[in-house]
Design a protein around this ligand. Structure first.
Ligand code: FES
Length: 566
């Protein structure tokens, strides 16, 4: 085993590797050939969605000890979506590097990734894939739905509350009371936002045990799942099952189709492409559209529907969704428990058709991700049809342009802003480089004067992202982004734009000659980062359709430490 490269050595080297570990009270026999299971923990009080992970790690350890392994927990960079500035996505790749090198550089045979809040899952999975030792994921689980004024609430209500507060339909006292009611238990966001999308992704890819995606964080069965993951990780090492044996092209296809049926976050696209890049599977933006095209929306979950992720667990969990989808899926893909995806859902039942619909009678016919092309986005842009307004799916409107997020904030509520409900709001310079990290500002709040007319949705276009909890007719991830000279940079107030989702098109009604003329005046943004991590980020980050990973992180370096100082 890999760990014996450290603990199995004799002489001075073995002494060094073991002696300092013994200061934690481990007896000598623990170092004599037991599988060492690293527990990669993103616990942090600054990542509240992961703040219960010390307890979860203890449950994992119990399982590892029980199975005859030797658990060793280690921390890595943790990213709290709601806390870290300017945006957690800026640090996803940095965290993945931390994970990759922490795994490779240490004496572990297998690793269990404790993931929760949005970016902690992709960063840990990306890092682990680049090392490719036996890996399992335990997600932290969703929060219990909040309760406010007699009804259930979750993160998607934040957008509604903000609108109501802005329009005077909600008092400050009510707003503050809602704030306390929203996140009333441990866990990540209670809706099918990015965190639960990621938890479902790892389960459908085969990297986690069944039910990982939906057991609430506060439910004792979450600890049982953690315990059983510890047990299984020891066996996984003995069987030599690494991520590259699980993460086949077919597994990625399954994840895309399951995500479509769930109405998962658009962030899923960026993260899955980045993970595929690390493990060496070719995946393009068009795969998302082609594979989700035949999948209807089965899950009635916010933000595309009305229920919460805990309700999905009570209704049968992800195995019930997967079982319903099996006619479309590759059921023979291997998962970490040694069984196939189809085996894992063979006994699954749908206990609540109001939460899990059937293929025959889906919750909504449209699902997944629509990939748009056109002169505004030659390398693609995305839209989530299930969260959009049907009447706006084919729409032509006059552009109202904001040059950057500060310009948007300064003018959006200006009574003199020349805008109406038929206009198309265009926000530039919030792409991977233009606003390093590509913030979740794509579902920009509508102008106050439009909201006052009772309008709740308009077509919005940007090179940024949208929170997985957000909704609306929002075109995101425009590629190439405006900061690198994509045509989005040349849109001017008054230009006509046509969004045509059924025909997968996004067109700027400006001639090529006119666009070429505007290009002459294009000046690259002075981003003003001349040192440090952000400087590295803007020099190496790839575009949205490539996963926003660093160009030098694609692929993996394996688990062998090339130079050994002892
Ligand atoms: Fe952590 Fe939503 S803020 S999952």
């Amino acid at each position: 085993m890999r760990s014996q490269e450290w603990f199995g050595r004799t002489g001075k080297d073995g002494f060094i590797y073991r002696a300092w570990m013994k200061n934690q009270g481990f007896p000598h026999h623990e170092f004599e050939g037991k599988p060492v299971i690293g527990i990669c923990n993103t616990w942090s009080e600054l990542t509240p969605c992961n703040a219960h992970f010390r307890e979860l790690a203890e449950a994992v350890k119990r399982g590892v000890w029980e199975a005859g392994g030797f658990p060793l927990e280690f921390p890595v960079m943790s990213l709290g979506e709601c806390q870290i500035k300017p945006t957690a996505m800026l640090f996803r790749n940095l965290a993945s590097m931390d994970v990759e090198e922490s795994i490779r550089g240490n004496s572990i045979d297998g690793v269990i990734l404790l993931c929760g809040c949005d970016k902690t899952t992709p960063s840990l999975v990306m890092g682990a894939c680049s090392v490719d030792i036996p890996t399992m994921v335990v997600s932290g689980g969703p929060m219990l739905a909040g309760r406010f004024q007699g009804r259930k609430i979750g993160t998607s209500d934040l957008w509604r509350f903000a609108e109501d507060f802005k329009m005077g339909r909600m008092t400050q006292a009510e707003f503050t009371a809602a704030e306390a009611a929203m996140a009333r238990s441990q866990g990540h966001c209670a809706v099918m936002g990015t965190a639960s999308t990621m938890a479902a992704m790892v389960e459908s890819l085969g990297l986690a045990l069944p039910d990982n995606a939906t057991i609430p964080a506060a439910d004792s069965r979450r600890k049982v799942l953690a315990h059983m993951t510890g047990v299984r990780a020891v066996e996984l090492v003995r069987e030599g099952i690494t991520p590259s044996k699980i993460l086949t092209r077919q597994a990625f296809e399954n994840a895309i189709m399951v995500n479509a049926a769930l109405g998962g976050s658009t962030n899923f696209i960026l993260h899955l492409i980045a993970i595929a890049g690390r493990i060496g599977v070719d995946l393009s933006l068009d795969d998302f559209d082609a594979l989700s095209d035949k999948i209807p929306l089965l899950a009635n979950l916010q933000p595309s529907g009305e229920h919460f992720v805990e309700d999905l667990f009570y209704a049968g969990g992800l195995p019930a969704i997967i079982r319903e989808l099996l006619p479309h899926l590759n059921g023979n893909t291997l998962t970490v428990n040694g069984k196939t995806l189809a085996d894992n859902c063979a006994e699954a039942q749908n206990y609540d058709p109001a939460v899990i619909a059937s293929l025959d009678k889906p919750f909504k016919p449209e699902s997944g991700i629509a990939v748009l092309r056109g002169n505004l986005c030659p390398d693609g842009a995305v839209l989530k049809p299930s969260a959009a307004t049907p009447a706006l799916m084919q729409h032509t409107g006059r552009a109202v342009v904001f040059e950057n997020i500060d310009d948007y904030k300064a003018r959006i509520d200006d009574p003199d802003l020349d805008v109406d409900a038929d206009c198309v709001l265009v926000l530039k310079n919030v792409g991977p480089r233009g606003y390093p990290g590509m913030p979740e500002v794509g579902n920009m709040t509508l102008p106050a004067k439009v909201l006052a007319q009772g309008v709740h949705d308009m077509v919005r276009i940007s090179d940024g992202r949208m929170s997985g909890t957000g909704f609306g007719t929002v075109v995101l991830h425009v590629s190439p982004e405006s900061a690198v000279g994509g045509n989005l940079a040349f849109v001017q107030n008054g230009d006509l734009i046509t969004l045509d989702v059924p025909n997968r098109s996004l067109h700027l009604h400006v001639s090529d000659e006119e666009l070429a003329g505007r290009l002459v005046h294009f000046k690259p943004l002075d981003l003003g980062y001349d040192r440090g991590y952000v400087n590295l980020f803007i020099r190496h980050v790839t575009q949205a359709h490539e996963g926003v990973d660093f160009d030098f992180l694609k692929g993996g370096s394996g688990s062998v430490v090339k130079r050994d100082s002892h």
